[in-house]
Design a protein around this ligand. Structure first.
Ligand SMILES: CC(=O)SCCNC(=O)CCNC(=O)[C@H](O)C(C)(C)COP(=O)(O)OP(=O)(O)OC[C@H]1O[C@@H](n2cnc3c(N)ncnc32)[C@H](O)[C@@H]1OP(=O)(O)O
Ligand SMILES: CC(C)C(=O)C(=O)O
Length: 548
């Protein structure tokens, strides 16, 4: 198979993304990850552009081994001198010189005639050749250049010693067939074309960067340039992870191979996303969070029967441990049954149908259905009414009173329990009272309050995350009164923990973050009577012990 080299320019063109500024330690970390990913060349920067870029290229050239390191330079002696200085200690240095060849760039930007551009291009290659044997030459804006002019200038730079000829689609303008035709046209007419590598470098202004790169490979290009996650100037560059996987999955079509270690794909993508602060969209090909997630019933059924029905590559190929079946409103019975089995819930056929109906109904109210939601549905079905519930709530708070809450809690199989407590705020007072009622300690890990809609009749919606009995759970409460919504959310989270303990039994311990043994609901206690925030009040009718 023909070998296609991968030229990564995440640290040069990728860093040209508006809003990205990578510091040296971050660049070194990315460079090392790129070596593990198996790229052939890392374009480490543009040394003449700033002392910081110079130092980064120098450090990568000095410290990163097992890869070719390239540095960019304009067709100016000083730029080329700086590139060489920075690359001096590289194992395999490459100087990358460029000049624009399109009429618009030559006339308005460079203010040079085509003859002068050819002269500068040749002089820059000759200058770089004094330092290194490996010189890449790029025709900036090649795709808006005259093809015969490209034949002329490419012939001249090859004669001057260029080892790689890059024909970039600098402004993301070209179409796949057109780009392929351009490569063929030039490669067929340039003397010595067989001695050099032809390279593609595409931008994504029309969303075609990857398609154009692949079209050039079909036409004979032997080097592909791009960036991880497709970051780069304007709409970005061609996404290397997509190209790498496309060339592998469709090797029957392209007949080429790369040196990429595809199992590093997700790892390097995540690293670049984290260090650049550019999130990867969930629907992004290959590395998006949903790239191997299936939500609709027909797809989930197919994947459960044979993954290849809806997956053209395995998640393991790119370094993921498995695909994901996401339960949502489009899911069907096969996936739901699989989830129940995964959660260790065994139900009769009639119960299954009832649960499935309840699940479908829930998808109309909630965007994401979690394992806890399924457990709660199963528990509700099996133990109708066996839940903690706020029976009543009385609050006293204001600008000059200590916030105090009295909560009456319905506990399965008992008379309601009653407790009062104070807090720094009224919600804390409510939570302290509930903690006394069920037996703490309960740790509040997160609390969020939002409105369900706009306008005066909007409801307060509270989300909490708590740790109790060593288990962590979220809870949700909705009410026109935000304090009551807060109480409901807290109790909902506690119910979910109780459900997990009851439904999963021993398996709950595998979910037990703290490794603490799961306890039964503790008796209502005055254990915190001396607590600075507690009133110590204990209702007379509180039972001595709670349900097992
Ligand atoms: C398509 C690409 O991605 S090319 C790489 C683009 N990357 C960058 O530009 C990032 C780094 N750039 C920089 O830090 C700065 O632009 C520098 C340091 C390189 C130059 O800064 P300045 O000297 O202030 O020039 P400025 O950026 O304003 O203008 C660019 C100059 O380079 C010239 N130029 C552009 N390309 C080339 C080239 N390939 N060869 C020679 N000269 C060039 C322009 O004509 C212009 O020259 P002028 O000042 O005589 O009109
Ligand atoms: C310098 C060249 C390779 C470039 O980045 C472009 O044309 O987009």
């Amino acid at each position: 198979m023909r070998r296609v080299e991968i030229f990564d320019t995440t640290l040069r063109d990728g860093e040209q993304s508006a809003g990205v500024n990578l510091h040296l330690p971050e660049k070194l970390e990315i460079a090392r990850a790129l070596v593990a990913y198996g790229v052939d060349t890392i374009e480490a920067g543009f040394p003449a552009s700033s002392p910081e870029d110079f130092r980064s290229v120098q450090a990568i050239a000095r410290e990163v081994r097992g890869v070719r390191v390239a540095a960019l330079a304009r067709s100016l002696p000083a730029d080329i001198d700086a590139a060489y200085e920075a690359l001096r200690e590289a194992e395999e240095p490459r100087i990358h010189v460029f000049i624009a060849t399109s009429p618009i760039h030559m006339e308005y930007k460079l203010r040079l005639s085509p003859d002068a551009v050819v002269e500068r291009a040749v002089a820059s290659v000759l200058h770089a050749k004094r330092y290194v044997s490996d010189v890449e030459w790029s025709a900036e804006d090649a795709t808006r250049s005259d093809w015969d002019f490209l034949v002329r200038i490419v012939s001249a730079v090859i004669a001057a010693g260029a080892t790689v000829v890059n024909l970039p689609d600098t402004v993301g303008y070209v179409q796949p067939e057109e780009y392929a035709a351009m490569f063929r046209y030039i490669m067929e007419r340039v003397p010595g074309a067989e001695r050099v590598k032809f390279s593609t470098h595409c931008h994504d202004d029309l969303g075609l960067a990857v398609a154009n790169s692949l079209a050039a490979v079909r036409a004979g290009a032997t080097q592909v340039e791009g960036t991880i996650n497709g970051i780069g100037e304007r709409a970005g560059n061609a996404a290397l992870e997509e190209i790498g996987v496309a060339l592998h999955v469709r090797r029957d079509f392209y007949g080429v191979e790369t040196g990429l270690n595809l199992r590093e794909t997700v790892r390097v993508s995540k690293l670049v996303s984290r260090l650049t602060g550019f999130p990867v969209p969930p629907n992004k090909a290959v590395v998006g969070a949903n790239a191997f997630a299936h939500e609709s019933g027909i797809h989930q059924d197919g994947v459960l029967k044979h993954a290849a029905t809806y997956e053209i590559m395995s998640p393991e190929l790119v370094g993921l441990s498995s695909n994901r079946l996401v339960l949502g409103k489009h899911s069907g019975r096969h996936a739901f049954r699989e989830k129940l089995a995964e959660l260790g819930l065994s139900v009769t056929e009639a119960e299954f149908e009832e649960l499935f109906r309840a699940f479908k109904e829930l998808t109309g109210k909630k965007k994401t259905i979690t394992d806890d939601d399924i457990l709660a549905l199963a528990f509700d079905m099996a133990h109708d009414g066996e839940r903690l519930e706020i029976a009543s709530l009385q609050c006293s708070f204001g600008s000059h009173v200590i916030p105090t809450a009295t909560v009456s809690l319905r506990v399965p199989g008992e008379a309601p329990r009653l407790e009062s407590a104070t807090g720094k705020g009224i919600v804390e007072a409510v939570y302290n009272a509930i903690e006394r009622l069920v037996g703490g300690p309960i740790e509040l890990l997160d609390y969020r309050l939002q409105s369900t809609s706009e306008g005066p009749d909007a409801l307060g919606e509270v989300f909490v995350k708590v740790r109790w009995h060593g288990l962590v759970s979220t809870g949700r409460g909705v009410d026109s009164d935000v304090v009551l919504a807060s109480a409901k959310a807290y109790v909902d989270a506690l119910n979910r923990i109780l459900i997990r303990e009851k439904t999963l039994g021993d398996r709950a311990n595998t979910l037990n973050e703290a490794g603490v043994e799961v306890a039964a609901l503790a008796p209502s206690s005055d254990a915190r009577a001396g607590d600075a925030e507690g009133t110590g009040t204990r209702a007379e009718d509180s039972p001595a012990s709670g349900p097992a």
